[in-house]
Design a protein around this ligand. Sequence first.
Ligand code: BG6
Length: 495
Amino acid sequence: KKPKASVIFIFGGSGDLNQRKLTPALYNLFIDGWMPEKFAIVGLGRTQYSDDKFRDHLSKGIQEFSRRKEKNGIWKDFSQHISYMPMDAEDDASYKSLSDRVKEYEKDWGVNPNVIFYLAVAPQLVPDIAQKLSTIKLCSDTQTTRIVVEKPFGHDLKSARELNKLLTSLFDEDQIYRIDHYLGKETVQNILALRFANAMFEPIWNRNYIDHVQITVAETVGVEERGGYYEQSGALRDMVQNHILQLLCMVAMEPPVNFEANEIRNKKVAVLNAIRKFDRAEVQNYAVRGQYGDGWLKGKKVKGYRQEEKVNPQSNVETYAAVKFYIDNWRWHRIPFYVRTGKYLHQKTSVITIQFRPAPHYAFPAEAAETWRPNRLTISIQPEMDIRLRFQAKRPGQTMSLSPVDMIFSYTEAYPDEHEPEAYETLLLDVMEGNPAQFMRADQVEAAWEVVMPIIEAWEQRPPIDFPNYAPDSWGPEDAEALIARDGHNWINLP
Ligand code: BG6
């Protein structure tokens, strides 16, 4: 069923996020028949575009970034729904024109539409825009008016709390959609299906059978033109506080009773609350940071982080982070969750590995053991999209010799005719449908900040002495290897 008529205002309409992600997502929803019968997309920004110029600008984004390009004039049909309103977001008076615009649509369409305000703007503008928006009457309709807020959501626990306090004083929590785009990824959503639509995993999904869990989100890109933003952020804030902790929650959460947004989110918050908070003094035993130097990446000479544009030449900002977390509850008692992320690493890959305990008794002859490996469930999120279960098989032949084999579920092989929607498609559809299950609730964001704060504080207190400490095209700093080797494990890199 299609969502009801919607007007989508995009603050920062002329910006990067809209051109790369938002409009391409809406365009693909349109092709797939998911857009409402009546809808309007209104770009807002300071650039002086005419409607046509704005459409041209977005059309370039479709050619470059959309998973499906323009074909058979579909863009033309779609772009009729797009318009542009030059607007100074700091000017109180201009907010009235938003209401007027909605009234026009209401009259034209004969329905009372959803009104969505997407704040694709720099974080420092969010409080002011939210405040001004809340003064227009439109926003008091808590059923139909929604506001979407991008990351970063706060800079630390304190600022996240302040922002939540402000937003929840202006809007109902149900109206606020805090995006973490990882939650919209098809392979991430499938973790819920894997765990809770099958009976066979749940009984072994605990400390008795699982040895440890690894979550890797490795990127081959550097900070590129985002030095200015990244200097305020670093890998821990940029990836761990949000995306990686959310992945961890999906792996570690208790089974939900139903798919109600708050039920799912309660279960995730419970995980975040159970994560052990380190003393600042012990952080070094649990967390490792890195920064890339200059070097070679896929045959190309690349700059070190400190030489990037808009980056302080003495910057101590980390471009790599690895952390060992413990979740102090019954299910996960003493089971380490190792997570790592970094820029300019050897391979682009996001993958979750569940390593199981060894078989309790080994009855096979000694020579059979040579290639023995523990069972492992590997969930590849991107760019590979598959789930593999590794187990032992008997090698064909007259001796009892074993070797590990993989049983593989590949998305593209299992569903050759279907295409995976992009995260933003799924999430924008959720916003139109009014389903916040895959969005961050206020307490969820704060609980995630609480987890990383001791690390942030310890790192700020003790500047690194060895930056830069890893080369582009590597797997990060040596200390990260040591972190996991101390426990007798190693990071699992897929071939
Ligand atoms: C963003 C980070 O949230 O996620 C970026 O700010 C990062 O630094 C990006 O590159 C990764 O997203 P994806 O979907 O490409 O894995």
